[in-house]
Design a protein around this ligand. Structure first.
Ligand code: NAP
Length: 328
């Protein structure tokens, strides 16, 4: 099969090589001896792959390796009792190996793809939407009707968080850095959009009538203190990522004064040993897809051979929605 490997840790431009490799065996590191083999039609491109080109991600396989955490495709083989069968269209989370014509995933990370979604959308469905649901509901303890502020609202996690929040009945406010990103955030379901380079904290307080209930923050950096100031009493700021570059620090007196919480949301680390949690989040996301709320916004698409360009787009802050590699 044709695949893209990370062969050096020199960043997205120079780290990648195209390779001809044997197809994977039906066994996954998470479920040794069992695995669903997927004919990959589209591979999702995400921040973990970008970080992996520099050796900066927590998972550091021996070189060379095939990156690619999620795919949309067709099942070629599945173990008995897997819940999917050969020929099924699926969205699958394989953790590694997705930048290839064939990939293997643990069965609890393979989900039937709703008829209304194409393969590129399938390649955008697991990492971001499961993270969004986990951040908002499992960790953020969202209750119906609450107001949710989403940073990086035109990005992969951001657009997913907006769609999930709307599907669960939230009022939503997105924070973005450009006109084009404002358009994408509104398409994803932002009721209001504010600009990260403007007085967004004051605008959010006004728009929300005193503060929001939950902040979903995949960006971090120096806006974090203003995120805390944007919360109403009892609000939760959910830490999802640090695309802004720096890891913020909290003066905890702020938490005490307004009875606030800062909550970590590390989806992968939490669900990896909990197949039941994965399945139940998968069912919730599937339900939101069948109701028309979850509809991944696919931004730039590249052929498999141009994976470096796809990763550079994320690196340059130029991506909107989900960046996808078309594999076939
Ligand atoms: N905790 C978890 O379980 C989990 C799961 C999945 C992903 N993540 C993390 O979530 C973060 C977001 O991932 P994503 O796929 O949504 O990324 P993305 O599509 O590239 O979106 C990230 C957004 O961050 C904003 N940003 C601000 N400063 C930036 C900078 N210096 N460089 C790049 N972007 C910057 C950009 O929005 P503006 O230009 O509008 O500011 C951008 O749209 C990543 O750190 C990823 O590792 C965490």
């Amino acid at each position: 099969m044709r695949a893209i490997q990370i062969a050096e840790l020199t960043g997205p431009r120079d780290a990648l090589r195209e390779a001809d490799l044997p197809d994977p065996e039906p066994s996954h590191a998470m479920t040794p001896g069992r695995g669903v083999i997927v004919e990959v039609h589209a591979a999702g491109v995400s921040f973990p792959e970008l970080l992996q080109t520099r050796g900066e991600y927590q998972i550091k396989p021996d070189l060379p390796f095939v990156p690619g955490s999620e795919v949309g495709g067709v099942v070629l083989s599945a173990p008995d009792g897997a819940g999917v069968a050969p020929g099924d269209r699926v969205a699958a989370f394989c953790m590694l190996g997705g930048f290839a014509e064939t990939a293997v995933a643990p069965e609890h990370f393979v989900f039937p793809l709703h008829d209304g979604l194409d393969f590129a959308q399938g390649a955008a469905l697991v990492l971001n939407y499961h993270t969004a649901y986990f951040s908002l509901v499992t960790r953020g303890r969202y209750s119906e009707g609450e107001t949710v502020l989403v940073h990086g609202a035109a990005g992969g996690v951001g657009t997913a968080a907006l769609q999930v929040a709307k599907g669960l009945g939230a009022r939503t406010i997105g924070v973005v850095s450009s006109d084009e990103k404002e358009r994408v955030a509104r398409e994803a379901g932002a009721d209001e959009v504010v600009r990260s380079d403007g007085p967004w904290k004051d605008e959010v307080k006004e728009l929300s009538g005193g503060g929001v209930d939950i902040v979903i923050d995949p960006v971090g950096g120096d806006r974090f203190t203003d995120s805390l100031r944007s919360l109403r009493e009892g609000g939760r700021c959910v830490v999802v990522g640090f695309t802004g570059g720096s890891i913020p620090e909290v003066r905890v007196n702020r938490l005490l004064l307004n009875n606030l919480e800062v909550v970590g949301a590390g989806w992968g680390a939490y669900v990896i040993s909990k197949p039941d949690v994965v399945r139940s989040i998968g069912e919730a996301v599937g339900r939101l897809a069948s109701e028309g709320f979850v509809k991944p916004i696919v931004g730039a698409r590249f052929p498999l051979a141009e994976a470096a360009e796809a990763l550079e787009l994320l690196d340059s802050r130029g991506a909107t929605g989900k960046v996808v590699l078309d594999v076939r």
